[in-house]
Design a protein around this ligand. Structure first.
Ligand code: UDX
Ligand code: UDX
Length: 454
């Protein structure tokens, strides 16, 4: 590869593909973003991000202006680049397994356009796929449609991403590792060279392994993080039974042990987002098909599912009963600083409140349009946190937005009919809320639910 003229293409301009494209272009590597969605392509071509991600908009604008990034739906342009990354989605199917139809279509289309390309082309699978997919479906479709052989005219690698929504650009610019899985040395060394060009002397630790191992790294990573969240939520639920105990202190203490570490120990309403649930279900399904039942990951998921009941249970404890009570849900996004509500705990909680007869009014600084698409008019929506609280019998904090975190006890007292507050994200200091009926995930009785609650 003549690194000076390095140019790459990325198929699938979703969240991962677009952030990857923007960061490659920001490092002077000419990038072609390919997507079947014409509206998305037009938006990106104008330098506009079709999704919300901090820093992405300005990065895209710059890249398009400098002609380092083009978007197109014409996949044949991939043949003019040196390497093609696949970042199409791999959504869940009913049984938890992943739907590979986008991967198959994209691979087949790519193979067709590579058929007449003279010279080498590197194909990189970045989509999250279960072990064996790159060497199975991808290799087969690619070889059949291109009539070329992987290992000689075609390079093939698995290169999972670990981007977090909200910090995806920073994560792409400063990853803690690069994982490259390949069967042949050339594929791995070509991709490593591309990353050398991207990161210069600051190349992150790079793990070279087989495609199957690289595929499993991604699932192992998300399974571990999800399990850490379910672990601390389990401890939180135990702590709630013990007078004077707050799970925050337990997390602080155990987090000081370097074998445990302080991150991902925030107890809350359960994890959400597009990856944890999807990836755990895929891993469980994959293992079971190999005749191994991963009991631990089933428990991680079950604990997460039940955590929403715990939140609703706290509201019930404060209110006595839920029918006809007005409940303000503050925060809908699966975490702060995003408009994403996929698998969000807020939706699980709202569905339960609704089933139990409560009237829900919700507020979120960004996620109302997406929630409206999913829940329609099943609930009411407020323009700001204070108007959501107006006349409410109970408030439930579901997302740790700064704006919500900044609310004071007096805001709840001033606007609510009765100041019952369920702090499912543990954003407030219980002492400051001692004049209210305040309950929090992971907070034991003497410091938690007050005796004067109805
Ligand atoms: C990524 C994936 O890599 C997934 O495997 C991982 O688990 C999470 O991150 P994401 O970026 O969220 O998925 O994908 P999504 O938002 O679904 O976007 C995929 C894009 O690919 C869409 O814009 C879609 O139009 C496009 N696409 C899909 C193609 O261009 N061609 C296809 O054949 C199919
Ligand atoms: C995750 C992985 O972190 C990332 O590496 C992978 O590529 C995609 O999936 P993301 O889904 O963007 O990223 O969000 P993340 O920040 O990991 O949070 C996931 C969920 O766990 C959120 O709902 C969050 O609120 C919850 N969480 C996280 C907790 O409840 N407690 C914590 O301590 C940490």
């Amino acid at each position: 590869m003549k690194t000076k003229s390095a140019s790459i293409s990325i198929i699938g301009m979703g969240y991962v593909g677009l952030c990857t494209a923007a960061t490659f272009a920001s490092r002077g590597i000419r990038t072609i973003g390919i997507d079947i969605d014409q509206v998305r392509v037009e938006q990106i071509s104008k330098g506009k991000a079709p999704l919300h991600e901090p820093q992405l908009d300005s990065m895209l604008k710059n890249a398009v202006r400098k002609k380092l990034l083009d978007a197109t739906s014409d996949i044949s342009l991939a043949a003019d680049t040196y390497a093609t990354f696949l970042t199409v989605g791999t959504p869940s199917q009913q049984d938890g397994s992943i739907d590979l139809s986008y991967i198959k279509n994209a691979t087949e289309d790519l193979g067709n356009v590579l058929r007449d390309k003279p010279g080498y082309h590197l194909v990189v699978v970045k989509s999250t796929v279960v072990p064996g997919t790159t060497n199975g479906v991808v290799k087969r479709f690619l070889e059949q449609s291109s009539r070329k052989t992987v290992g000689s005219e075609l390079g093939l690698c698995t290169n999972p991403e670990f981007l977090k929504e909200g910090t995806a650009i920073n994560d792409a610019l400063h990853p803690d590792k690069i994982v490259i899985g390949s069967n042949d040395k050339k594929s791995a060394s070509e991709l490593t060279r591309l990353y050398h060009r991207f990161y210069g002397s600051k190349l992150p630790p790079t793990i070279l392994t087989s495609p199957e191992a690289a595929e499993l790294v991604k699932y192992a990573s998300n399974a571990f993080l999800a399990t850490k969240v379910s672990f601390i939520n389990t401890i939180a639920n135990i702590a709630e039974q013990i007078p004077g105990v707050d799970v925050g202190k337990i997390a602080e203490a155990i987090g000081l042990d370097p074998r445990i570490g302080p991150l991902f120990l925030n107890a809350g309403p359960g994890y959400g987002g597009s990856c944890f649930h999807k990836d755990l279900q895929a891993l469980i399904n994959y293992s079971q098909n190999k005749n191994y039942d991963p009991v631990m990951f089933r428990a991680t998921e079950e604990t997460n599912e039940q955590q929403a009941n715990r939140v609703v249970g706290l509201a019930e404890k404060l209110l006595g009963s839920l029918p006809f009570k007005r409940v303000a849900v503050l925060g809908l996004a699966f975490k702060k600083d995003t408009d994403d509500i996929r698998e969000a705990a807020s939706i699980r909680v709202i569905n339960q409140l609704y089933k139990k007869g409560a009237r829900v009014i919700a507020y979120d600084p960004m996620a109302i349009p997406n929630t409206r698409k999913q829940l329609q008019e099943q609930i009411d929506y407020a323009e700001n946190a204070r108007s959501a609280l107006k006349g409410a019998d109970c408030a439930i904090i579901m997302t740790e937005w700064e704006e919500i975190r900044k609310l004071k006890a007096k805001d709840f007292q001033a606007h609510m009919k009765t100041p019952n507050v369920v702090d499912a994200r543990r954003v407030y200091n219980p002492e400051e809320f001692s004049g209210l009926n305040y309950a929090s995930i992971g907070l034991g009785p003497s410091t938690g639910i007050k005796n004067n609650s109805p």
